[in-house]
Write a new protein. Structure first.
Length: 271
């Protein structure tokens, strides 16, 4: 099969995917199994700790969703830092760069694997863990190892809310009645920027990219306030900017991270 670095073919991307999964299926199987078991352990922990009356049902839901979302975000950043894990060793780099596909196709596949595919697998893992937790709680209650508990499917209930609107016991309220607050858009834009930053770090460093990016972020968080205190006038106590500007800045920085990541990937050599 011929290749041209100036062309893009979905067929070759599909063949890259088949080669990647066929070669490294054991690594991916254990990784995704670990994702499922992580969600399941968190859910079982909450099920045992929150065996309380139904009046505190909402606290259980919110705690479960918040902890699961936080865990998923951490794992997503970790996945982004593994965007070029196939090129860590010289042998792996030689094999991957010699594949009959353009550099753009290879980068698109690895970026898709680290982002969209991981998101899909994460949703499936969460749904399966939620179903397993639900059935285990029913079983443990049936054999009297647990007191009577709340029984509901977190994933199914929240998926129903997203698809069909907010549901309560007495009325149906559309999600349009609850527009996202401005801080939610900030969290989304900042989260995408962080994800893009870990993609960039994964393309720059061969090993421990996630740890190095995290260390750099912690250093910036620690040093920025001190720099501002040193250079800003004493009469300036706070800096305010419109939320739209901040979201726009994060959007531009995210795009720059992806462009730099692709340029770094194109400069990768076998030796």
């Amino acid at each position: 099969m011929k290749t041209n670095n100036n062309t893009f073919s979905l067929r070759r991307v599909w063949m890259l995917m088949r080669w990647d999964f066929g070669t490294n299926w054991k690594v991916y199987a254990f990784r995704y199994l670990g994702l499922y078991l992580t969600f399941l352990c968190m859910m079982l922990m909450f099920s045992f700790l929150f065996s309380f009356p139904a009046s505190r049902e909402e606290m259980f839901r919110e705690s479960m969703i918040s902890i699961s979302l936080l865990g998923f975000m951490v794992l997503a950043f970790r996945s982004a830092s593994f965007v070029m894990e196939r090129m860590i060793s010289k042998e792996g780099r030689t094999t991957f760069l010699m594949l009959p596909a353009s550099k753009l196709e290879k980068f698109v596949w690895r970026a898709f694997f680290a982002s969209i595919l991981f998101l899909f697998v994460g949703i499936v893992a969460f749904a399966l863990a939620d179903l397993t937790n639900y059935l285990l709680c029913l079983l443990l209650e049936e054999i009297a190892l647990l007191p009577p508990m709340l029984h509901f499917s977190t994933f199914a209930e929240n998926l129903g809310r997203i698809l069909f609107g907010e549901v309560s016991y007495s009325e149906h309220v559309s999600l349009d009645a609850y527009p996202l607050p401005r801080w939610a858009y900030f969290v989304q834009s900042f989260g995408f920027f962080l994800f893009s930053l870990f993609i960039l770090g994964g393309c720059y460093w061969h090993r421990l990219a996630g740890v190095k990016v995290l260390a750099g972020l912690l250093l910036i968080v620690w040093g920025t306030p001190r720099l501002l205190q040193h250079f800003m006038p004493d009469e300036v106590t706070a800096i305010y900017a419109p939320a739209e500007w901040i979201n726009g800045v994060f959007g531009v920085l995210s795009i720059l991270c992806w462009i730099l990541a692709y340029r770094l990937f194109c400069r990768r050599q076998i030796v």
